[in-house]
Design a protein around this ligand. Structure first.
Ligand code: ADP
Ligand code: MG
Length: 613
């Protein structure tokens, strides 16, 4: 017997093993998937090594995985001809946990009675899942380095493990598992084959079970398998495995192209914009494979930035293998891949919008902001993106309307698409700018999200219709209506305007009458040629210092407040207070007040004055 050395597991590993052994997982069969996935990684790494290093042990040995079963002794053995491990590597890789989130995840899963077994591989602790089924485990490994010696690792799942020298002639790793009494079911070849079909069919190396000479698995990755052969459940499992998202994706996009570039892609639109706390993907980007070999875990050049919520895998035969990332960048291939992928995602979104409005709404609520960003940041996609936009409007404040819906409902003589910008959907409906439009039954888009201001920088036209801010709209003179309230006499109004100018001074460019107002007493409008109001808003959202550009205060000459204001002595304190307040209120509804709470003391003064009458 070779001398064995005993090591103690690190605290975190002990706790993890404890949870694994004492929680009852219904999906214990996934231990096999984890072992096979490790074997496949090891084979991949060997293949990679061989590209540049001819000096490996057993260079001719087939890259494969073999499983054998001894039913009488209740053992299974999983062996691979992969990269193997040296003594140091085995201590390093099977004695410590690289990823610290693992225990936290399992504990949370236990508290919320989620079945964590499906996810465990994602935390870099997949190997330990073998203790869900094992009484003991012996790993015997020999590294690919020609001078490496074989080593064996043995553990029963309690606090320590043993390392000893071993006999093993060939390269690779062999994992022998003594099954617990209540997991004897796994010592059946047919059972193992079923598990392989279910979870590991796509492993890219042959898996042989028992004495059979035919591999059990299909050996193509899911994204290289034809759509007809992939079940919904398999799509879902693959999504869960890659993202650790507990919710199913909203949509998957699986396609192959041959021209102008060859690619396989399996993309997913998540159902939530926010990543869960256990999300596996710590960064944006797609997984990029070249001929089934992962070359970039987070590639951000395959889709435009505004599509960064898309998850998934891209694999291309055209990418040169074994090249640095920089070479891939400069190969000129990336822009081609990006174009194909972007167009495909846009096409699928169009289809979703057309064929499943309900699902599209879910998408819109979560990801609408990204699409709006795209409108301003990717002019090349703008035409398609415009069709994906959805809005609430003054006439349909509850439903989502597309620009097509809007233009379809336009008044026959309407030439432009009107919008109003504000801070929230409720207060914007009270805006004085809408007085005229409400009155005429003209529809106006309500733009109340920060991203809207960015969107407007790229959205000037829809089909032949210009977009126009109602605050700046040039409108025809409204027709004189019956029993309209009487206007203040010309001379009185002029003196009132003077009074406003005196009080507001430099803060306004001008004060004048407006015939656009009915319910509201006043509104602020821009001077002709004033700087773009959307831009001011963008600055505000970006937290930049912004100065509200001076505006024109327009007054409603028929409004009772103004009539009553005239009755006060000119220069009375209350008159001044009310004028200040009218101006501040107008700033507020515009969403432009720099310090809203400063209004409160004045409101109190006005109330006091009103009550003391
Ligand atoms: P992960 O696969 O996420 O790294 P695991 O717990 O499944 O986490 O495995 C831990 C480590 O053990 C692997 O990263 C690898 O270095 C090593 N390992 C496990 N199985 C094998 C194997 N069959 N051949 C070589 N190395 C292995
Ligand atoms: Mg693993």
């Amino acid at each position: 017997m070779p001398k064995a050395k005993t090591y103690t597991f690190k605290a975190e590993t002990k706790q993890l093993l404890n949870i694994l052994i004492h929680s009852l997982y219904k999906d214990r069969e996934v231990f096999l998937r984890e072992l096979l996935s490790n074997a496949s990684d090891a084979l991949n790494r060997l293949r990679f090594e061989k590209l540049t290093n001819p000096d490996v042990l057993d260079p001719e040995t087939e890259l494969s995985i073999r499983i054998s079963v001894d039913k009488d002794n209740r053992t299974i053995t999983v062996s691979d001809t992969g990269i193997g491990m040296t003594r140091e590597e085995i201590v390093d890789h099977l004695g410590t946990i690289a990823q610290s989130g693992a225990r936290r995840f399992l504990e949370a899963a236990r508290e919320q009675s989620l079945d964590a077994s499906g996810m465990i591989g994602q935390f870099g602790v997949g190997f330990y899942s073998v203790f869900m089924v094992a009484e003991w485990v012996r790993v015997t490994s020999r590294s690919f380095r020609p001078d490496a010696e074989a080593v064996s690792w043995y553990a029963t799942g309690d606090d320590s493990y043993q390392i000893s020298a071993a006999e093993k002639t060939g390269r690779g790793t062999e994992i022998q598992i003594k099954l617990k009494e209540d997991t004897a079911e796994f010592a059946e070849e047919y059972r193992l084959k079923n598990i392989i079909h279910k979870h590991s069919d796509y492993i890219g190396f042959p898996i042989y079970v028992g004495a059979e000479e035919k591999p059990v698995n299909k050996q193509t990755s899911i994204w290289r398998t034809s759509k007809q052969e992939v079940t919904d459940e398999q799509y879902k499992e693959f999504y869960r495995q890659t993202t650790l998202d507990f919710e199913d994706a909203l949509l998957h996009i699986h396609f192959v192209t041959d021209a102008p570039v060859q690619l396989y892609a399996l993309l997913y639109l998540p159902s939530k914009a926010e990543r869960g706390i256990f999300a596996l993907r710590k960064d944006d980007g797609l997984k990029l494979y070249s001929r089934n070999i992962l070359i970039d875990e987070y590639n951000k050049d395959l889709l435009p930035e505004y599509m960064r919520f898309v998850q998934g895998v891209v694999d291309s035969e055209d990418l040169p293998l074994n090249v640095s990332r920089e070479t891939v960048q400069s190969s000129g291939l990336m822009p081609k891949l990006k174009k194909v992928l972007t167009n495909q995602v846009l096409k699928e979104l169009e289809n979703l919008a057309k064929n499943d409005a309900e699902k599209y709404q879910v998408f819109w609520k979560e990801f609408g902001g990204y699409i709006k960003q795209g409108v301003s940041s990717s002019p090349a996609d703008a035409d398609k993106l415009n069709g994906l936009l959805r809005f609430k409007t003054n006439l349909n404040p509850e439903a989502w309307s597309s620009l097509e819906d809007y233009t379809g409902r336009m008044k026959p003589d309407q030439k432009v698409v009107y919008y109003i910008v504000g801070d929230d959907p409720k207060s914007v409906l009270r805006s004085p700018h809408l007085d005229h439009f409400h009155g005429q039954g003209v529809e106006v888009l309500l733009l109340t999200e920060p991203m809207d201001s960015f969107m407007l920088m790229g959205l000037h036209k829809y089909k032949d219709f210009e977009l126009q801010n109602v605050a700046q709209a040039q409108l025809p003179e409204p027709e004189k209506k019956e029993n309209e309230p009487e206007k203040i006499a010309e001379a009185d109004f002029t003196s009132l305007v003077e009074r406003f100018k005196q009080v507001l001074g430099e803060r306004v460019v001008d004060v004048r009458a407006s015939n656009r107002l009915s319910q509201s007493v006043a509104r602020l409008v821009d001077e002709a040629g004033a700087p773009n109001p959307e831009l001011q808003r963008v600055y505000r959202y970006l937290g930049k210092d912004f100065e509200v550009s001076k505006k024109i205060l327009e007054l409603n000459p028929s409004h009772n407040i103004l009539k009553n204001l005239l009755k006060l002595d000119s220069g009375a304190e209350l008159q001044t207070l009310v004028i200040e307040q009218i101006y501040d209120s107008a700033l507020l509804v515009e969403g432009l007040h720099p310090d809203p709470s400063s209004i409160a003391p004045r409101v109190q003064q006005i109330i006091e004055a009103a009550l003391s009458k």
